[in-house]
Write a protein that binds this ligand. Sequence first.
Ligand code: FAD
Ligand code: NAP
Length: 337
Amino acid sequence: MKIEYDVPLKPYNSFGIESSARHLIRVYSEREVFEVMAENLHPVRIIGGGSNILLTEDMDGYVLKNEIKGIEIVDEDDERVLVRAGAGEIWNTLVTWSVSHGLGGIENLILIPGTVGAAPIQNIGAYGIEQKNVFHSLSAIDLESGERVTFYKHQCQFGYRESIFKNEAKNRFFITHVHYLLYKKNHVLTLDYGDIQKLLQERNITKPTISDVASAIAFIRTSKLPDPAVTGNAGSFFKNPVIDAEKFGKLKDDYPDLPSFQTDDIRFIKLPAAWLIEKSGFKGVRLHNIGVHEKQALVLVNYGGGSGHEIWMLAKKIQSEVNKRFGIELQPEVNVW
Ligand code: FAD
Ligand code: NAP
């Protein structure tokens, strides 16, 4: 186990915030997590790709940079394969691996930045799919007891950008491996979201394959979202709020053009946070080095040299204005450190 001291974290967070870690340890195996535990090092923060964190200060404790790699098929039946991926593997590498092997289930999640180990934390989702749809289990090390544990799907409390790991089990487990059940047969593609169908038609694709869908979504994403390598950001800063039907009815009277999406539970409606933020006057707003993206109001950006504190203050201002106008409290999706 090698400890690096006073390490700049700018390359390790997609906002590109200048912060530093007093101690940084790159972890390449389960054994190294146990070594960290044996040394009784506190406090510990786990970092994957840094694409869902906002650094508002220097990290005084120990930052563990997850580098546990590997993708392998560990079991299969007639219809599905069980894939085991190291938690430090790049998520998009797992997606492109599955697409190139003709395995279905995560193709809609192409180009989501970050690591495999972080995917269950907020139950990543895009274009009508969440990772929970094909999640089987994960292996983790309990940082309190030092035990190796397995979480099966029903134990993870997956919800919309939610899991047990963002709530009661927050910061308690180091996820080392994740298992997914991917389809080699009988996979049903999810195409009824956004512009997927339209783009497939433009490409004259009538019977799309897994690879066609992945390619279409990659194209849409690249044309819409700011690239963190160019403009620092962490994707959607807030979750889309889910409100009850009665509250929705009242809002719709006041704002007839309010867009909405029915959730699986008929009592609740999901609203696009980007619309609420735009109507509150923040779309494209720029304050020195930070701001709200001009095309996507849900994405807060660091144009270079902005601090995590400044971004957090802007986020709070947005929360307060949206609340004043619509009576809705936006919840951050990003983890604020
Ligand atoms: P990090 O930012 O490194 O960590 C996030 C949290 O997970 C932290 O609390 C960290 O401590 C914890 N964590 C990380 N690894 C482990 C581990 N091994 N064990 C325990 N805890 C761990 N998200 C979506 O859901 N859908 C999208 O479509 C999407 N698009 C995005 C687009 C852009 C341009 C960007 C910048 C972000 C986007 N995101 C999206 C958000 C982000 O990519 C995901 O949340 C991703 O899963 C974060 O992975 P990460 O490895 O970067 O996590
Ligand atoms: P979009 O397609 O313009 O849609 C705007 C919002 O409306 C999305 O947030 C989405 O909610 C919701 N929506 C659209 N069509 C829907 C449908 N058929 N059913 C239910 N909800 C629908 O959004 P976008 O910004 O270009 O993003 C496209 C996808 O990538 C979305 O799924 C989004 O979540 C995902 N994405 C996520 C992040 C992140 O950091 N979390 C960043 C970029 C993109 P949902 O978000 O619930 O899908």
